[in-house]
Design a protein around this ligand. Structure first.
Ligand code: BDP
Length: 726
């Protein structure tokens, strides 16, 4: 257990408020249960801890249970090699533990697979016990965390009888971390990976990272930026990667690395990276063999190719399948998986950016090797506050598709805006693709059930940095948490995950939980309203994406301009993606293609995504588009104010440090929500030429003043942006 883990404990202060915490412990806070009767009930059931077996993973499970239980129960439980009396908590596999073997759980264990577990109570030989049983050591570890969570959230454990296993095979955080410790789109400090000191110095924080991941069932981590540097494949970095692989192995966490497609040129001194060239293939084969000599159980590679200036097979007139298969063949000998990203769009293409990945990849369906999985962003543009699901889901039945979400809030207010994103992830996962008629949800594509795939994955761009509280905003931790929980079980509700996280992270007091859960559940919609209501998208300032920039029109690439997306003119607003426009709607299966394509039937939240709508068009509310736009922007600001007022009522339940931190961040959020509202309303007004309806707050500045705002050194802007210094 790391030193860090216990560094920020809570002791009640004389005023009754918990002592300040810095958030380092995330949801793994094991403070003594203050409700005495509850604590005694748990103690009566768990008087000793029996985790036999000496694998590194079981040692971690034992240490976690010992630390967690002694913290929660307030006494150091005896840790015993064998069960000698009733009231013990027993954890293990039928091989590691004679007691688990004796319980005869075979049939039930058979259905929880390699990573699942059973939690239950049983009696054997006259002794009663509570058990955590699994087929593998890592299953025991996952079960241990689940068991601790039950106590942390004060659940009854006297009649436990549950079995669970993950619905998704690979559950991977993607760190867009550069080797110099900057993070592309990172807002919580610098990278936690201290590459310079690896492999000799292992920061204790890495273990706490692995604990946190394991506690929510994540089993993969991609260490470096998708815009990959070729350095990653140099031997001096491979030994560093190997140290991480060794460290993370007992936590069940597989390491992946991003590789640069042109590495044979940069590292191998070849003059081509053409996947059909035998020398290139041989170079990759040898390089992959070398990688696996250092890190025999590396998870595999992630590749971004032919996108945003990254090299790829198109440079040699080869397809994505040809490029991917070359790498997949080299990885296959070692059991490695290739996660090939579908985030591709080309400014030289005349077609709507929304359509490009679909056009590129659907003809390749069935052409990828079995160890390739295509990693697709939740929406077709780019992690916007709201997007319809990506039309590739449901369009490539013969290819395993992985979901890619973004936890880091590149387009949702960086780390200063409170935005709980489980509702956004669920909205996508629960969307019906109609690929095989009604009842063909995106989640079914992802978990393999719809088309019978066994290689399944979910990935998310991490929001983790070296800020003491990991994610910048205390509430941003909930998105990391929610991602793990949804990978394990995408049928969980956003409300349930929010409640669980709040209880673990702050307080079990129902008055707190109910109010704070309400804030969380409303938060993402608030962001949508004050940034991009009614299906608007990509209105952010250029490059760093911080703040509004609906006027951005001067990029050398059309598809990096806001005006490309909103298409405001004297007639109206929105991107016509119906048959009269780009016809992106045709990429969806019926009846969605018709629904999205019809002005009357299109859900209002996607209206301006799919339609160019007249300013005077009446919406369901009876308001015209212009009036509704003004209304939504105001509603967004108001929702932030409601969050502020709610948070202010919760002071007694939260320690001063985190309370004041959230309070200050909500003030920033309110200020920036107004900035968004005013800048966008004033800008769109220049096209609508209508007055802002009565009853709305007047803008603070003029449009010219908003347009003149410049921001320097915005975090996460890894790629240099030319900015005038005067
Ligand atoms: C966009 C980011 C860019 C990433 C890219 C990606 O702005 O920094 O490199 O996605 O997904 O959202 O590769």
């Amino acid at each position: 257990m790391s030193l860090y883990a216990s560094a920020s404990g809570t002791k009640p202060d004389p005023t009754g408020r918990p002592a300040s915490e810095d958030g380092y412990r995330l949801w793994l806070r094991y403070d003594r249960i203050p409700e005495e009767a509850q604590r005694q009930r748990y103690l009566a059931q768990i008087g000793a801890l029996v985790v036999s077996g000496d694998s590194p993973t079981l040692a971690i499970a034992r240490a976690e249970l010992a630390q967690g239980l002694s913290g929660l129960l307030g006494v150091a439980l005896p840790v015993e090699p064998e069960v000698t009396h009733g009231g013990a908590l027993v954890a293990g596999t039928p091989r590691s533990s004679v007691w688990i073997a004796a319980l005869g759980l075979g049939d039930r264990l058979a259905v929880v697979g390699d990573e699942g577990y059973l939690l239950g109570t049983a009696a054997h030989g006259g002794l009663a016990c509570t058990y955590i049983a699994a087929n593998t050591d890592v299953g025991v570890l996952y079960g241990a965390f689940h068991f601790l969570r039950l106590l942390q959230t004060r659940q009854p454990i006297h009649a436990l009888a549950l079995g669970t296993q993950p619905r998704i095979g690979l559950r991977v955080l993607n760190h867009w971390d550069n080797l110099d410790r900057t993070i592309e789109r990172g807002y919580a400090g610098f990278s936690v990976w201290d590459w310079h000191k690896l492999p000799d110095y292992i920061d204790p924080r890495y273990r706490d990272y692995a604990r946190a991941c394991a506690s929510i069932g994540l089993n993969g981590t991609l260490l470096n930026n998708t815009n990959a540097s070729a350095h990653m494949l140099m031997e001096q970095y491979l030994v560093k990667v190997a140290a991480m692989v060794d460290l993370f192995r007992p936590y069940g966490l597989k390491v992946f690395i991003s590789v640069r497609f042109s590495s044979p040129i940069e590292l191998g001194a070849l003059d081509t990276a053409d996947p059909a060239d035998p020398a290139v293939r041989a170079w990759w084969k040898a390089k992959v063999d070398e990688v696996y000599r250092h890190a025999p159980d590396l998870g595999g590679f992630v590749v971004k190719a032919d996108s945003e200036g990254q090299p790829g097979p198109h440079d040699y007139h080869r397809t994505h399948a040809e490029g991917a298969n070359m790498l997949a063949d080299a990885l296959a000998d070692h059991g490695g998986v290739l996660m090939w990203r579908a985030f591709v769009y080309d400014h030289r293409s005349a077609d709507d950016r929304h359509k490009q990945a679909y056009l590129e990849f659907t003809p390749l369906d069935g052409q990828f090797r079995p160890n390739v999985i295509l990693q697709v962003k939740n929406g077709a543009i780019d992690f916007q506050p709201r997007e319809p699901f990506h039309p590739l889901f449901g369009a490539m039945p013969r290819t395993p598709l992985a979901m890619e979400f973004q936890l880091t809030q590149e387009y949702l207010g960086c780390a200063t805006h409170l935005a709980y994103l489980a509702p956004m992830y669920k909205e996508c996962l629960d969307s019906d693709t109609y690929a095989h008629g009604p009842g063909s949800p995106v989640s079914g594509v992802i978990d393999g059930t719809l088309d019978g795939h066994t290689l399944t994955a979910m990935a998310a761009v991490a929001n983790i940095g070296d800020d003491r509280n990991w994610c910048g905003h205390p509430f941003a931790q909930s998105n990391w948490y929610a991602f793990g929980r949804l990978c394990w079980d995408h049928t969980l509700t956003s409300e349930a995950i929010a409640e669980e996280w709040l209880r673990l992270t702050f307080s079990n007091d129902p008055r707190f939980v109910e109010a704070a859960r309400g804030m969380m559940m409303a938060s993402r919609e608030a962001v949508v309203n004050y940034m991009t209501p009614l299906g608007l998208h990509h209105l952010m300032a250029r490059g760093h994406h911080y703040g509004p920039g609906p006027w951005v029109a001067d990029s050398w690439r059309a598809d990096w301009n806001s005006v490309y997306y909103h298409r405001a003119d004297a007639h109206g607003l929105g991107f016509d993606r119906t048959a009269s426009g780009s016809n992106a709607v045709a990429q969806y299966h019926p009846p969605l293609s018709e629904r999205f394509g019809s002005l009357d039937e299109c859900p209002e939240e996607f209206l301006l995504w799919f339609h160019h709508v007249a300013w005077d068009h009446r919406l369901a509310s009876g308001r015209t588009l212009w009036e509704e736009l003004c209304h939504r922007y105001q509603v967004g600001v108001d929702a932030v104010r409601v969050m502020q007022r709610t948070w202010d009522t919760l002071e007694e339940f939260v320690d001063p440090a985190r309370f004041e931190h959230v309070q200050a961040l909500l003030r920033i959020q309110e200020k920036e929500a107004r900035w968004w509202r005013d800048a966008c309303v004033l800008y769109f007004q220049t096209f609508a030429r209508r007055p802002v309806p009565a009853g709305y707050e007047p803008a603070e500045k003029t449009l010219a003043e908003y347009m003149a705002l410049q921001h320097y050194f915005v975090p996460g802007t890894a790629r240099p942006i030319a900015q005038p210094l005067e």
